[in-house]
Ligand binder design. Structure first.
Ligand SMILES: C[S@@+](CC[C@H](N)C(=O)[O-])C[C@H]1O[C@@H](n2cnc3c(N)ncnc32)[C@H](O)[C@@H]1O
Length: 231
């Protein structure tokens, strides 16, 4: 997509240097969980799969081990370097692309599956919709998009209590430090689950399922309808 002078600068923030990469180089998205997700999504040998915002490459590498032809895409060269190391350690090939949700290169109707986990919240809402429309265009008709992100599940009924409760949960259960929770709330763009659902259906996806997990995770399975099929 042609960048214009008003185009959102995806590289303005996180994950670009190795200091931040070390924060994202987490191993809590275990390969066991990832393998189960990819099996549930029906990944087959020869499928074209993209993981956008791939981070350290756990999912991309697992998909490649299942025989898929994988594009590991991330705005951060530091994260892609980790994904490359992971791929060579596991003796599998993935194609890395240093690009973002708004700039990854694709042939229309070419992917059998696109996955994006915990990256979409880096974009403000207007740009989330632009990114989702690009993902829709890149998928083959009938193919799936699997999205996970940090989303707000309900209206806050006490902002301080709700956010502090979330901070405590993340620090206790996900080994986050306080700074990463603070910067997520202050500087990033998580939005409401219902906003995400509306964007997904407005760009043309069929919403197969939306699952919300306490206190702030949304998992969405989407399908790009075949021509003539209702979305
Ligand atoms: C929280 S990490 C998630 C990594 C991985 N998907 C996972 O679940 O472990 C967020 C990732 O999104 C990447 N990222 C941030 N903004 C992005 C953008 N606009 N397009 C693509 N990736 C982006 C960061 O570099 C980082 O690797």
């Amino acid at each position: 997509m042609l960048a214009r002078d008003w185009y959102y600068t995806q590289r303005r923030r996180l994950g670009l240097d190795s200091a931040v990469a070390s924060i994202y180089d987490r191993h809590d998205s275990s390969d066991v969980r990832t393998r189960a997700v990819l099996s549930m999504l029906g990944v087959q040998r020869g499928w074209r799969v993209a993981d956008i915002g791939c981070g350290n490459g756990v999912l991309a590498v697992e998909a490649a081990l299942m025989g898929a032809d994988v594009d590991a895409i991330d705005i951060s060269p530091a994260m892609l370097a980790l994904a490359g190391i992971q791929a060579s350690d596991r003796k599998v090939a993935v194609r890395t692309q240093p690009a973002g949700l708004l700039s990854f290169a694709y042939q229309p109707n070419s992917y059998d599956l696109i996955v994006s986990e915990f990256a979409l919240h880096h974009l403000p809402d207007f740009w989330k919709a632009v990114a989702l429309a690009r993902i829709h265009a890149a998928l083959k008709p009938g193919a799936n998009f699997y999205l996970r992100d940090i989303v707000f599940v309900s209206m806050p009924d006490g902002v301080d209590r709700d956010v502090e409760g979330w901070a405590e949960f993340c620090i206790k259960n996900h080994d986050f430090d306080r700074d990463s929770v603070v910067s997520h709330m202050r500087d990033e763009y998580s939005t409401f689950g219902w906003v995400i659902e509306r964007m997904l259906t407005d760009v043309g996806f069929t919403l197969v399922s939306a699952d919300y997990h306490a206190p702030l995770h949304g998992t969405y399975l989407l399908r790009k309808p075949e021509p003539g099929e209702q979305s």
